[in-house]
Design a protein around this ligand. Structure first.
Ligand code: HSE
Length: 308
């Protein structure tokens, strides 16, 4: 009998201000854990879920669905496997919670079966798993959670994904105000019309951000971290958003915007002290508004999903 495999998949920040649906990075914590073991009876089942209310049906569970799609693809859906899911982060937080579960589910099963696929090849199954959560096909949380680092998705349809360099000293701060925003609701507020002038501005910022990463040019990163398309449309969903953002910048952060679909807010800084100071300044604004919040400060996680 197999002792089983335990894996961790990290939270992630999607969009990173200037790359809606096409840019994301992984955090060191929090993250979800999945344990898988062989069992006698054929088929995959979820036997335990802790840390949140989630469906046990494979078709409705991001981890279960990702793993099931993978097993179908490799013709192993008759292998008996039981899965335990340990949610270690909130849903609807903007931290890529459903993506981390999807990644952990498929990554764990691949490890249990002695890696029939590379990590990179697992991406499509994890994206399919996450799609259950918000109905949309985008890899900006899943790709960094699986692969680690800062990831650009040139094209979501073909999953043409590319790791970008992480400058030494770059730190992320994420402040999670304890209110829930469903990704589907946060996507629904967005207009599908973008004025050409905004498109030009955002393209410049995206390119500038990438060049800034490549050259460790923190001033350029700072000038570029300016979302002129999505943030103005979503800011009203998050109480005190602009005050929190200003507090982060005043505390020395390079830039600050909404993490994924919100309500979490992220900042990037060029050292850990500024990252911590930014987090505390952001949290103080929420505290003044009587909103509980949690701070996560970390380097950019370069490993992504790991077995431990
Ligand atoms: N790019 C996505 C969004 C991330 O902002 O809606 C959350 O799933």
């Amino acid at each position: 009998m197999n002792a089983g495999v335990k894996v961790f998949a990290p939270a992630s920040v999607a969009n990173v201000a200037v790359g809606y649906d096409i840019l994301g990075f992984a955090l060191e914590k929090p993250g979800d854990e999945v344990i898988v073991r062989f069992k006698e009876e054929p088929g995959l089942v979820i036997t335990s879920i802790t840390g949140g209310q989630l469906p046990y049906e494979l078709e409705k569970n991001t981890a279960g669905f990702a793993a099931k799609q993978f097993l179908n693809k490799i013709g192993k859906n008759n292998v008996g496997i039981e899965m335990e899911i340990r949610k270690k982060m909130p849903f609807g937080s903007g931290l890529g919670s459903s993506a981390a579960s999807a990644v952990a589910g498929v990554f764990a099963v691949n490890e249990l079966l002695k890696r029939p696929m590379t990590k990179r090849e697992l991406l499509e199954f994890a994206v399919a798993g996450e799609q259950i959560a918000d109905g949309a096909w985008h890899a900006d949380n899943v790709a960094p959670s699986l692969l680690g680092g800062i990831v650009l998705i040139r094209d979501n349809k073909t999953l043409d994904v590319h790791r970008l360099p992480t400058p030494r000293g770059l730190y992320a701060t994420v402040v999670y105000p304890e209110i829930e925003i469903l990704t589907s609701a946060s996507r629904a507020v967005l207009s599908d019309q973008v004025p050409l002038s905004k498109c030009i501005e955002q393209s410049g910022n995206l390119a500038g951000f990438i060049i800034g990463l490549m050259h460790s040019d923190f001033d350029l990163i700072s000038r570029s971290l300016n979302d002129v398309i999505i943030e103005p449309q979503r800011a009203t969903l998050i109480p005190n958003f602009y005050e929190v953002k200003n507090a982060a910048i005043e505390a020395g952060a390079l830039g600050c915007s909404i993490s994924g679909a919100g309500p979490s807010i992220f900042a990037l800084s060029n050292n850990s002290l500024k990252a911590q100071a930014a987090g505390e300044a952001m949290q103080a604004i929420f505290a003044k508004a009587k909103i509980e919040s949690k701070i996560f400060v970390s380097k950019i996680n370069q490993e992504g999903a790991i077995k431990f």
